[in-house]
Design a protein around this ligand. Structure first.
Ligand code: GDP
Length: 296
């Protein structure tokens, strides 16, 4: 996983700084350059990296730090805090409550792992005693309903969809209504993904959202999307009220930096990550432990 390499590069930069006898402007600048390089290589958006290093320079004013201050610790803490800030938009996302009906809509490009992630999300909650249900409002991709049906059947999760109906709004509304009547507490609506950010995709998403009034819209993003992540995430956010992000395929060779960009673009937290194709390869995402691991 390239994120591990990112962590390695950052810890090496910190280690090099720790090895220096005196920490002056030059040593700090070298350390920040190394970190900048590592973040850019991991596909974090340039502007985010620049803002981060500027903030660190502002916080760590070496002239103001009297002798005796542990400069290394202050610098390390500032780097830790800035990385956390990049991944934490400052407000938590809406969190569904067990026993109380919530509608959660999933959006993302085709191939991002959206349908797989819907089932993982349902399965995760089912294991904790929830009553989830899946609605397939993807009428665009042939086979989307079959895929959802197969996954749902395997996990014993109720599902709704249609081979005949071509109107995703109608299916979404019918599915949500049915599962509300059946007292499901987590109704998950899978929407169409397209290859690129077509206007029709966004219009359809907007209509499904308007008709089902989701409590939470989750943007699913493939971690290998790289530098394109920021613009993509922003385009989705502009059409529907994205409230949380799930980053998939963190097990692969993805650089993962796109996750940081998606948070910045949507001002929404990453709530889970996908770490494999299987239903249980799904982890809650917590900023601080993640950054601690990253820094080694
Ligand atoms: P959708 O078009 O966005 O609904 O994407 P799918 O759910 O069909 O997933 C596309 C492919 O990505 C499938 O082969 C999935 O098994 C795979 N996939 C989804 N999530 C992950 C993940 O976290 N890790 C890995 N390795 N593969 C994943």
């Amino acid at each position: 996983m390239v994120l591990a390499e990112l962590g390695g590069s950052i810890s090496r930069a910190l280690q090099q700084m720790s090895n220096a006898t005196i920490i002056d402007e030059k040593v700090l600048a070298e350390c920040l350059n190394e970190i900048t390089r590592a973040l850019l290589q991991a596909d974090v958006q340039f502007k985010l990296v620049r803002d981060m290093t500027n903030n660190i320079k502002k916080i760590v004013n070496l002239d103001d730090l009297a002798a005796g201050h542990n400069k290394r610790r202050i610098i390390q803490q500032a780097i830790f805090n800035e990385l956390c800030k990049m991944l934490d938009p400052g407000k938590p996302s809406f969190t569904p409550k067990k026993g109380k009906t919530s509608v959660v809509m999933f959006v993302g490009l085709q191939g991002s792992g959206k349908t797989t992630t819907c089932t993982k999300y349902a399965f995760y909650h089912q294991k904790k005693g929830w009553k989830p249900a899946l609605v397939c409002a993807d009428t665009f991709r042939a086979g989307a309903f079959d895929q959802l049906k197969q996954n749902a059947t395997k996990a014993k999760i109720p599902f709704y969809g249609s081979y005949m109906e071509s109107d995703p709004v109608k299916i979404a509304v019918e599915g949500v209504e049915r599962f509300k009547k059946e007292n499901c507490d987590l109704i998950i609506v899978d929407t169409s993904g397209r290859h690129k950010q077509e206007a029709a995709l966004f219009e359809e998403m907007r209509q499904v959202s308007e008709a089902t009034k989701p409590d939470l819209v989750i943007f699913v993003m493939d971690s290998s999307i790289g530098q394109a992540a920021f613009d993509q995430a922003q385009a989705f956010k502009q059409s529907v009220a994205v409230g949380a992000v799930i980053v998939t395929k963190m097990d692969g060779h993805a650089k993962g930096g796109g996750a940081l960009s998606a948070v910045a673009a949507t001002k929404s937290p990453v709530i889970f990550i996908g770490t494999g194709e299987h239903m249980d390869e799904f982890e809650v995402f917590d900023v601080k432990p993640f950054v601690s691991r990253l820094l080694g």
